[in-house]
Design a protein around this ligand. Sequence first.
Ligand code: FES
Length: 348
Amino acid sequence: MKQSTDWQSARITRITALSPTVREFEITSDAPFERWTPGAHLQLQIPARPGGGAETTRSYSLVGLPDAGVYRIAVKRLAASRGGSSGLHALAEGAALRVLPPHNHFELPPGARPTLLIAGGIGITPMVGMALALAARDAPLRVVYAAHSADELVYADLLRSALGERLASFAGDRGERLDLAAEIAALPADAQALVCGPLRLLHAVQAEWAGAGRPAAQLRFETFGAGGTQPAQAFRVKLPRHGLELEVPADRSLLDVLEAHGVAVLSDCRKGECGLCAIDVLAQEGECSVDHRDVFFSAAERHESRRLCACVSRAAGPGATLVLDDAWRADPAGSELKPCRRAIAAMG
Ligand code: FES
């Protein structure tokens, strides 16, 4: 379903501190309340702040189950915030902002299949509604939830009261560790797993799931679309086909920079999940490594670095430069550009 692009006036009606770094925001829109399903996102336009912070657009998972009249999100203030979490945390109750109607890229599949929900840190936000919905369906369910510290296990009390022993939480500062291999091994053959958390958790689940010989289609991800194994830095890209050499600033994605210079790249999720924006890496120059931030490629493909997802992945290292070849080819019959066969196949 195509997402509406009609921004609606809204305001923050309540702010609750859930932890030292996480605040929950209740948001009321002036437009009629739109019902949504667990996993849905709310896109916000966060207003510019006097003295710094331009208007910013961000998308956050809606928490819980649809509650007429109110949208609820929980936002962790990031140390390296580029304006989203810091902008929201700077707002007070009553503040005005704008929202798009909720949209869902991370739908909970229908039915009551045995399900493992895996959450890392603030990745718990979409899982709260999913867990409540699955419990209401009487689906065999286990929720495993890990955070660096016990005080960052937000919503654990709510989930424990709803799920009882079907919730297992793990606080790093208590020495508790989530054993992914054991969790996956304990699942029945027809089980599904849904995961939301930092990239290293998603990659670890992906590797364990594949190693256990389970079908990839029964594992679903939600990424934050940010944060890699290395800090974001500026890097250069060369595109010999286009005769271009470009700088990708630390605060912009490669995909944004390519699009801004007229290089057409297919894209959809822009979060490293669908693989549509994958482009070929012809060479790496300087002390360069590819910081893969996607969950589309396998661990082996990420290791080979023959392609990268332009929406999230970057180059790292002193003087890092990538030589790239995008998926578009000139139409031999004319001047129009058409996507090559590989890109079309990726769309299927
Ligand atoms: S647009 Fe989906 S992975 Fe880049």
